[in-house]
Design a protein around this ligand. Structure first.
Ligand SMILES: [Zn+2]
Length: 318
């Protein structure tokens, strides 16, 4: 995820979940290709599915998608030309790569096997896929969508996945912005939701509608410290310090410092981001000055430092 120069793994993942949930085991390749193409034409707006620097020929699947998108939307489903292009492109590309992670090789589970030859090939959905599709319910789709969005948004903003540093939360717009360029990237909510498993940081209950007003972005170490005029610590608006919470849970916490347990969970959440190949990872490396072999220790030290800075005095103005 985020490690390829196109987003193809996302629509394939979404299509596999759809088909598995409908209870199917053996799916004609053309059905998978149709569902895959449907997910691509359903994307909001015209977010790019590849960096603009990538040059594409007429026969490239993304070129076909660009030509067929409008017609597909009008028709309420992918056009024949688009489905044909997907049938032709996915077996040799995304379906080969799906089970491989750069630097890690084959993943431990296989979610499908491709059988037969030519256009009549059959995609056999495995029990591992069925297990994931049933257990995950909505959460996995939300996480997939959020990660898909951040990769699209980074392509859109012309930011390479290794260059996304210094992402900050813009309080006014609710967007993640690239600090130096002031490029709005994507909704922070969508970007960090997956790392909280769709649940409130404080009460652990499901968050529900991510874009709804009842979900707040919360500073674990209170933002108030930055307004004291004598704050010597790091920017508390960094992703490393931000979590999602219900409005009520956020209000209840308000300006108090985090508990030991909350700090432990923040560290675990940041570790999860840092160990994933998402663009957000780079923001943590930069904001926390923690990259390389001892990164986890450095992240820990960083939090310990903030903790000592926020316990030297009380915040008087509550
Ligand atoms: Zn809550």
């Amino acid at each position: 995820m985020g490690a390829n120069v196109r987003t193809y793994k996302f629509p394939l993942g979404a299509a596999l979940l759809d088909l598995a949930r409908s209870g199917r085991d053996a799916v004609p390749l053309v059905d998978l290709a149709t569902t895959y193409a449907a997910h691509l034409i359903d994307r909001d707006g015209d977010f790019p599915q590849a960096p603009s620097s990538l040059s594409m020929g007429d026969q490239d699947f993304l070129s076909v998608l660009a030509r067929e998108r409008e017609g597909s939307r009008i028709a309420g489903g992918p056009t024949e030309a688009l489905v044909n292009a997907a049938v032709k492109s996915i077996p040799g590309m995304v379906m080969q790569k799906f089970h491989n992670l750069p630097g890690q090789g084959e993943v431990a589970h296989r979610f499908y096997e491709l059988e037969g030859r030519g256009a009549n090939r059959i995609v056999r959905l495995t029990s591992d896929l069925h297990a994931v599709a049933v257990e995950s319910s909505r959460m996995l789709n939300d996480e997939l969508d959020a990660r898909w969005r951040i990769v699209e948004a980074s392509f859109d903003a012309g930011i390479g996945r290794n260059l996304i540093g210094g992402l900050k939360f813009d309080e006014t717009t609710g967007q993640l912005v690239v600090a130096a360029q002031r490029v709005p990237l994507t909704s922070l909510r969508a970007s960090i939701d997956g790392f909280q498993y769709g649940r409130c940081f404080y009460c652990h209950e499901p968050l529900g509608d991510l874009l709804g007003p009842e979900i707040h972005v919360d500073h674990v170490f209170p933002f108030k410290w930055m307004t004291t005029g004598s704050w010597q610590g790091p920017d508390l608006n960094g992703v490393w310090n931000l979590v999602l919470a219900h409005e009520a849970c956020n209000r209840k916490k308000w300006f108090r410092n985090p508990t030991d347990e909350e700090i432990r969970r923040l560290v675990a959440r940041n570790d999860a981001i840092a160990e994933s190949p998402v663009p957000l990872r780079r923001t943590l490396e930069i904001a926390m000055g923690a990259a390389g072999p001892n990164a986890a220790t450095k992240r820990h030290q960083f939090i310990v430092n903030v903790r000592s800075l926020t316990t030297v005095g009380e915040i008087s103005d509550r």
